[in-house]
Design a protein around this ligand. Structure first.
Ligand code: ZN
Length: 221
């Protein structure tokens, strides 16, 4: 028994020393965080206008993880939404490359470059980071944590980049898996094929069930 308690204490200390990847947040209330990725890989990517308009019109608190090429292509939009109090703009890397393959200097240059880009457009400092493709290793994790970012991934994948996923399944999957403290993930770069149709329905039902979206900065410290 003593051994188990000691092991739990050591694990807890390690956990707090290296926060690790955040997949959800502690809460007694029906709070959730809604996040969207927007990255550009092979072809030009732009905001999913219908989805963004819905979020703005309804003032839904959301966190957007943006990568460099996407930011450079959507500057005017980002300047505008960067001023909205219910939208957080966070760092999803400049190059959107596999961080397991980069050197320490390449990693630091990449995240600083993207962080500066965000600050230049919004006047705000990004404090959360999400790995491109969710790929990371011990080295890249430690470098980014030491640079001061908190790394936020997701509680479960919505699967919205899958072209074969129907709107109905996207809604159902999300509703079944959402719990208190869940961090939801969708795409707002036009690669969430059914997201603009599913998201209003998801929000309607989650609201009826008493869930309230919050910004990461208000629940992760
Ligand atoms: Zn991405």
């Amino acid at each position: 028994m003593k051994f188990i308690i000691r092991a739990i204490i050591i694990i807890s200390i390690l956990f707090f020393t290296f926060g690790g990847i955040i997949h959800n947040f502690p809460t007694d209330e029906k709070l959730i965080a809604i996040t969207f990725d927007a990255c550009e890989t092979k072809t030009p990517a732009y905001f999913d206008k219908a989805l963004l308009d819905f979020i703005i019109k309804n003032q839904i608190p959301v966190t957007l993880f943006l990568s460099g090429k996407f930011i450079e292509r959507n500057k005017e939009e980002i300047k505008k939404i960067g001023q909205l109090p219910f939208i957080e703009i966070e760092n999803h890397s400049y190059s959107h490359s596999d961080f397991r393959l980069l050197s320490k200097d390449e990693i630091l240059n990449d995240i600083i470059k993207n962080g500066n880009l965000i600050t230049d457009l919004t006047g705000k400092t990004s404090v959360f980071f999400r790995f491109p493709y969710g790929y990371y290793d011990k080295k890249s994790l430690e470098i980014i944590e030491k640079s001061g970012y908190k790394i936020v991934h997701w509680s479960f994948e919505s699967g919205d980049p899958d072209k074969s996923l129907t709107k109905e399944r996207l809604v159902r999957n999300t509703l079944i898996k959402t719990k208190r403290g869940s961090i939801l993930i969708f795409h707002i770069n036009g690669r969430g094929w059914k997201t603009k149709e599913a998201f209003p329905e998801i929000m309607k039902i989650l609201t009826e069930r008493g869930y309230k979206p919050v910004l990461l900065k208000d629940v992760i410290r």
